[in-house]
Ligand binder design. Sequence first.
Ligand SMILES: Nc1ncnc2c1ncn2[C@@H]1O[C@H](COP(=O)(O)OP(=O)(O)OP(=O)(O)O)[C@@H](O)[C@H]1O
Ligand SMILES: [Mg+2]
Length: 511
Amino acid sequence: MIIPRGEYPSNVRADLAVARILAESEVDESLYPRLLAVVGESLEWEFGAWWELSRDAVTLGCIETWHSASWTARDFESHTKRTVLRRGEGLPGRVLATREPAWIADVTADPNFPRIAGAARAGLRSGFAFPVQSARRPLGAIEMFSEQRREPDRELLQTMASLGSQLGQLIERRRAALEVNVSNERKRAILEAALDCVITIDDRGRIVEFNPAAERAFLYQRDEVIGHDMAELIIPAQLRARHRDAFARLLSTGKARALDQRLELTGMRADGSEFPVELTITRIKLPGPPMFTGYVRDISDRKRAEAELRESRARIVDAADEARRRLERDLHDGAQTRLVNLGLALGLARTKIEQPEEVGPLLDQAIQELVETTQELREFARGIHPAVLTDGGLAPALQAITAKSDIPVKVSEVPTERLPSRVEATVYFLVAEALTNVARYSKAKRAEVGVRLADAWVHVEVRDDGRGGAEPSRGSGLRGLADRVGALDGRLEVISPVGAGTTLRASIPCE
Ligand SMILES: Nc1ncnc2c1ncn2[C@@H]1O[C@H](COP(=O)(O)OP(=O)(O)OP(=O)(O)O)[C@@H](O)[C@H]1O
Ligand SMILES: [Mg+2]
């Protein structure tokens, strides 16, 4: 590696040797000792050290030393390795501060040389150092010492300064490449581990990234999809045109409803089967043509669970309504029978009209039967699916409950057409419960009921001018209503500010 002596001056030889090392080798751990060696040997100096700037750019620490074969002063070498210098301190600190090379003809006479005693014991006299730096920042310094006193050599220092810059650039580039590698690896690991599908497309809609979760969900291998049109592969045919329009709009305007929002859509697997997905699209903000990343989640399970829940709630409501109808029948039959008995008792009394002593007990019995029947009827009547609803629909049924109310109730609007019986029953029980609450708690002067049909939705509102403060968690009535309404895919709102009346508002779809 050493360039033959005599042919070139020593600084040129050092430069050539270093150039060869830089051209030939990777920047790794072995660079430091080899470089110190070629510089030292070409220039015929005895000891060299490589100082690296700490991460916080405050101190210099020695990371490598070299000495010629003939020179032995282990103490100075190990002392150097343990030394930490601040900016401006010692020979390396000085070149770091000035970012210029420096030369000390006699280290033993220099006021700013902390290792002076050691250097003297090791027989070192002259030293020079130069910064290792990139255009952006200093990275460290290299120093060399000689046993002989040597006078400053400007040409040598210039060569070394340019060597320091080359080294600096090389090291900086290498570090940047390493950082990119590490960051790429980290990104890859995140994509690999993600449970959501992560799919990135370029400005032509072609797939550039397809993570393992996407492979599992869409049943494609990454290699099969990279570079292919995403729409063709994972969007069902009937939705493709819409996707392409939206994508074209996104590219031309930079805007889209879909960006950074959760959307529920349909995805298509490699076998053509479709499944519900939740999608969020983000634009990747990098220079160059736009790229978009979609985060896709298979929501088949969630959709299935939601449908099951809805169906089971609907079943509960149906079962409850059915039970009420049965009660209604039982009641009619029971009451009817009792009344027949009553008629019979009265008829018997009528035949005994000539024997007053026998008529009295018969009439007493009839009166007792009548009292008990009335009592029983009253108890049964509470909350039972009313025949009037089944027969006449909402208008007469609501008329009947509002007529019974002690507080004046105005019915502003009720549809005259019949609605699905589940919807009618829910509206009926909502109004009944709301008006019962009004009577029990509100201290209202008046109340108002309105039922409006619009776009296949029925909107119910019951409002009072009472004291407000209704609180569903305090009872079961309002919560039961919310369940009933929810089971039909509707919404219930309770608006009840203290002192300002209560409004119950429900919207129920009636397909
Ligand atoms: N119109 C209203 N005005 C004032 N307070 C009300 C009104 N409606 C309900 N509340 C208050 O809200 C609470 C909850 O009402 P909810 O109907 O859910 O239960 P409840 O009437 O107490 O019991 P349940 O309906 O099961 O017989 C009531 O206890 C009452 O304090
Ligand atoms: Mg109640």
